[in-house]
Design a protein around this ligand. Sequence first.
Ligand SMILES: [Zn+2]
Length: 158
Amino acid sequence: MTPPKDPSNPIFQVDYLQHPVSDEHLREVLSRVAQALQTNLEVTSGDRDQALAVGGGIRSLHLKHRAADFHQPPLTDGAVFQRIQDLASSIFASSEAYELIHHGPFTETTGPHVHLGHYPQDAHPPGVYCKIEGLTAADRGKYKVIRVVHVDATGQAS
Ligand SMILES: [Zn+2]
């Protein structure tokens, strides 16, 4: 059976598990991630208040209610991070800027996960800013941009 292409009729679910994600565009993107990778997506953190700030510090997009942390079992976080980049053209809007982070086993945050944030308008030029943090002990707390994926208006990624 061929999965339906209609994004209003998704077959893979985003399970928010009582973690609100206020950014409407980000919720749509998370659903596109689930469809593109063909696995349900389990959110482990969304909107955060200042008092709950952990990792990422005061500039975290979670505090702006524009980020979500998640896993997509049975895929590993590393596989999710890579496949989102590979399938960027079917996930992201060409006009928006995003932050995609793979927090590894040595993360300064509460545990390994994939993070996806939606930057406010004009914060950065459009693109998917792909970062790694805590993949090794030496990288703990260091956010390194490994590439920026650009999606053009015709849906091509580079
Ligand atoms: Zn996060």
